[in-house]
Design a protein around this ligand. Structure first.
Ligand SMILES: [Zn+2]
Length: 256
């Protein structure tokens, strides 16, 4: 009988949502997350230019910085609803004190890459970011499509301090750094605004709340939100006494 992992591999794209839910069962070496102050990280995937123009600027106005997971293969891409940042945007983020993370080069699901393709892809993204003037090399990773993939753990452990999926949960207790959980900021807008409840939750019982989103625009895509809502979330985190940190600095603080 095929194992659960084999089934997931075989049914690939058809079962993303189910896969992304089941995959947490395969979290591995866990670390104790001990913090007496609530930690919040705001992260961006891909990354659209509005995440730089609006998202980064909003974080900075609150004295905070974010983590931007870049897929070099998307650089400068013009899509119907968004434009992705080019190398200059990556460098600007780093210069402004934000963390630039890795999101693969090709933006393919990890489970669809062979054992030889994955290291090549990750090398290519590291070279892209180095060429963009981003230093040091990315220390943290986010799975494309949030499709965490435990079989690739040895490759990720060699390269990164953490890997982020989705999972719609606060990281608390025993946590696998190579499968960090995160909460998505997305449409509908009313639902995005109501995400302050997650901040209230982590403020009451400290842990590490990682948000992820894409564009921050007046007319956001399904996977983004408006500047007003993003500002409200960041302000709420600060008001509730959360420490807002890029992923890499949160890991430092946790002593991981
Ligand atoms: Zn992505």
């Amino acid at each position: 009988m095929p194992s659960l992992i084999e089934n997931i591999q075989r049914h690939g794209g058809l079962a993303d949502r189910l896969t992304n839910r089941l995959i947490w069962k395969f979290a591995g070496a866990r670390r104790a997350l001990a913090t007496d102050v609530p930690l919040v990280s705001f992260t961006f995937d891909d990354v659209p230019d509005s995440a730089l123009d609006q998202g980064a600027a909003i974080l900075e106005r609150h004295g905070a910085r974010g983590t931007f997971y870049i897929a070099g293969g998307l650089a400068g891409q013009v899509e119907p609803e968004r434009v992705l940042i080019a190398p200059e945007g990556c460098r600007e983020l780093a210069e402004r004190g934000h963390e630039v993370g890795c999101h693969t080069f090709s933006h393919r699901r990890i489970r669809d890459m062979s054992r030889r393709e994955l290291p090549r892809d990750l090398d290519r993204n590291a070279a892209y970011l180095a060429g963009a003037g981003v230093a040091p090399p990315p220390a943290n990773f986010a799975f494309p499509y949030n499709a965490a993939w435990p079989l690739a753990r040895p490759e990720f452990r060699r390269r990164f301090r953490s890997c982020r999926g989705a999972g719609e949960a606060i990281n608390r207790g025993l946590v696998d750094p190579l499968m960090l959980k995160a909460v998505e900021i997305r449409q509908p807008e009313a639902q995005a605004r109501a995400l302050t409840r997650w901040i209230d939750d982590v403020a009451e019982t400290p842990g590490w709340l990682v948000f992820f989103t894409h564009d921050i625009a007046a007319r956001p895509t399904a996977h983004g939100c408006t500047p007003e809502t993003f500002d409200r979330l960041v302000a709420h985190a600060v008001d509730r006494g959360c420490i807002v940190l890029p992923v890499d600095r949160a890991l430092d603080r946790l002593g991981w």
